[in-house]
Write a protein that binds this ligand. Structure first.
Ligand code: FE2
Length: 393
């Protein structure tokens, strides 16, 4: 039987050196006053971009993002001030959190409730949007989240130590300006963790069992191939622009993959892990992926064996289980090569791991259970305790 599927990807993407030069003309499509949200540590990139907008006759409103995890309270307070500026579009320059913050402002500046109410939680639906949101233009400086092409924005709520994701087609960026030069300044550790986040998006969207989504698999498999080939190059030689461009392309492809069929278990673990420990998203996902896959065997052998053949070009082995194991072993070897074969304990030390596993499992089961159902193997509480014990170390 022919299986039905849908496909929606409204973001125009430019992957090119000098892509940010297009920004002024794009902003003029929406008015004269873009809100420019940028990571405060990226002024060297943001300043010339903002200066170009001024030269072009625009009146940009600057917003330097100092906290990599802006809280919902912070977003709500900033919104009250920014409403007086009445911007007509939002530009996000930075890693995933800056682009996500731009998307959050696109909503908060046009809606009435606090931003958290628009997060789509496993245990609570979001409020519907009551008015059109501001258009978003994304200029990513990492090759990881793929936020430049997704309808997602991750939010942090401090009082309940929660992360939640807005999942709203209205915040698909109108345009993504992907310039490999903007990612060339990333240090090796950030290159590795963001690159493995992109790999996890591609992997999880490909093996996700929730619905038929051939485009997710098409994008996901190609993204994984590119990352396997180019992440070690970008990690070892950050100035290699071909490697940077291939990684930027791969991260956008992986972002399109999760736009069509979302993430699964490693993300269901890494988001609460980030909320509880402040381990950055990419690093949390990177160190969770191999333990999740090891515990997915042998039940998920068919899914992972396919990746051994289609992504890694591996030779046929005696059983699917052996092929799946070979895929996970090869992925672990890549993690080692890029300095990511580590545990939470290696990163945080013993003290901060005290009691962490139980809190983490509780947080996953309370707030983040939906992605668990999308994994080829659905883990129960006992299994999650074992997996998270491995991740924590
Ligand atoms: Fe991610």
């Amino acid at each position: 039987m022919v299986q039905a599927f849908g496909f929606f990807q409204p973001t125009q993407v430019f992957v090119e050196e000098g892509a940010a030069g297009r920004l002024a003309d794009l902003c003029k499509l929406y008015g004269s006053k873009p809100l420019v949200v940028y990571s405060a540590d990226l002024e060297a990139f943001a300043n010339p971009v903002i200066a170009d907008l001024e030269v072009a006759g625009l009146s940009p409103v600057r917003f330097a993002q100092k906290d990599p995890e802006p809280t919902c309270d912070f977003i709500d307070a900033a919104t009250a001030e920014l409403k007086a500026e009445a911007p007509d579009c939002v530009v996000g320059i930075g890693g995933g959190s800056a682009v996500d913050l731009a998307k959050a402002f696109a909503i908060s500046l046009t809606q009435e409730a606090g931003i958290w109410m628009y997060a789509n939680l496993s245990n609570r639906p979001p409020l519907p949007l009551k008015a059109p949101v501001l258009p978003v233009i994304a200029v990513p400086t990492t090759s990881g989240t793929g936020s430049e092409v997704t309808p997602y924005a991750v939010l942090t709520k401090t009082d309940t130590k929660q992360k939640g994701t807005v999942q709203e087609p209205a915040i698909f960026p109108k345009v993504a300006l992907v310039d490999p030069v903007f990612t060339a300044g990333m240090p090796p550790a950030l290159t590795a963790s963001t690159g493995m986040d992109a790999f996890a998006h591609a992997l999880e969207a490909t093996i996700n069992v929730s619905k038929v989504a051939p485009m997710a698999e098409l994008f996901g498999i190609q993204a994984m191939k590119l990352i396997l080939e180019w992440l070690p190059v970008a990690y070892e030689d950050g100035k290699n622009l071909e490697a940077r461009q291939q990684m930027a392309f791969a991260a956008s492809l992986a972002g399109m993959a999760i736009s069509h069929r979302g993430t699964t278990t490693a993300h269901a673990i890494a988001e609460p892990l980030g909320a509880l420990t402040h381990i950055p998203h990419g690093l949390g996902v990177a160190i969770s992926t191999v333990p999740v896959l090891r515990h997915s065997l042998p039940a998920a052998s068919a899914s992972l064996a396919r990746l051994w053949r289609d992504v890694m070009g591996g030779e046929a082995l005696a059983t699917e289980e052996a092929e799946a194991m070979a895929f996970v072993d090869a992925l672990e070897a890549l993690m080692t090569r890029v300095g990511l074969n580590k545990t939470v304990r290696d990163i945080l030390g013993d003290e901060k791991c005290e009691g962490l596993r139980d809190l983490l499992v509780q947080n996953i089961l309370e707030f983040k259970f939906r992605p668990l159902k999308q994994h080829p193997v659905e883990f129960d509480k006992a299994a999650l305790e074992t997996i998270t014990a491995d991740i924590i170390g």
